[in-house]
Ligand binder design. Structure first.
Ligand code: ADP
Ligand code: MN
Length: 251
């Protein structure tokens, strides 16, 4: 068991390295053992080399920059098993044929959720919607393409320089429609889950996206359309939630 002992040692060194980094003092967040193990596995598998600064601290998950091999930057989203509102998460898994047999404990629901976010990113990408490229999932950690540059992560739409709001609205409208054609409804779409990366609109945070089989998918789609249309109407675009909904579901 020399190998096992060596792995233990490497693991605890990796953990020390993480614990010593400044940003964990800033966020006050400390990863639990299983999360450390997941991050370590991602290191061993060659997806990441080191964790960088936090981009965002949320209720359910934190997003960090991470260094990947060949000097690439990636983003990692680390879900908190314990803080998550798993009852609500479970409701969002309902009716999704990919996750039919998920019931029971918190951990299983959160882990299914992370896989769902990864799967939704893939599906959105295939449907021609610009999303962060999904790279890997390990337990409660999602690795994806980093959006932004060396100085900062890409701003969300509410903070971004819109350029021409009419054009931006048309792009988002097309995204919602393509998602819907691919059988997906985002479910939490607004100016806060769209970012502008180098002038390009990108849809993020697709963990809660449901398939059209979900009993509330129509209600979620109406709400997404309302949020988006209201935002653009405030930017001076002639946009309306009901019109947007009709456009999305029309043949
Ligand atoms: P939450 O569930 O906490 O809202 P999000 O997926 O929306 O999680 O991510 C939170 C924030 O992290 C986003 O508003 C965005 O600023 C940033 N973010 C998320 N994904 C990426 C990414 N791939 N690249 C850069 N920043 C990101
Ligand atoms: Mn979000």
């Amino acid at each position: 068991d020399r190998i096992a002992r060596r792995q233990d040692r490497e693991f605890s060194e990796f953990r020390k390295r993480l614990k010593n980094t400044e940003q964990f003092k800033v966020t006050g967040g400390v990863f639990d053992d299983a999360t450390f193990a997941a991050l370590y596995k991602l290191v061993q598998d060659g997806y990441i080399e080191a964790i960088g600064g936090p981009i965002s601290t949320g209720k359910e998950a934190d997003v960090f920059e991470a260094l990947a091999p060949e000097d690439e930057t990636v983003a990692i989203k680390v879900y908190r098993i314990n803080a998550s509102d798993f009852r609500q998460m479970r409701d969002y898994l309902e009716g999704d044929p990919r996750f039919e047999n998920i019931r029971g404990d918190k951990k299983r629901v959160v882990l299914a959720w992370v896989k769902k976010e990864y799967g939704n990113l893939l599906r959105a990408k295939k449907a021609g919607v610009r999303v962060p490229d999904p790279i890997a999932v390990q337990r409660n950690v999602l690795v994806m393409e980093y959006l932004g540059d060396e100085t900062r992560a890409a701003p969300t739409l509410d903070d971004a320089d819109l350029g021409n709001p009419e054009t931006a609205y048309e792009v988002v409208r097309e995204y919602i429609r393509r998602l819907y054609d691919a059988g997906l409804v985002h479910g939490d779409l607004s100016e806060y889950n769209l970012v502008v990366d180098d002038g390009e609109l990108v849809v993020i945070d697709v963990g809660q996206a449901v398939t059209v089989h979900h009993p509330n998918s129509e209600e979620f789609l109406r709400r997404d359309c309302r949020n988006v249309a209201n935002f653009f109407a405030r930017e001076g675009v002639d946009a309306d939630g009901d019109d947007l909904y009709d456009y999305v579901v029309s043949e």
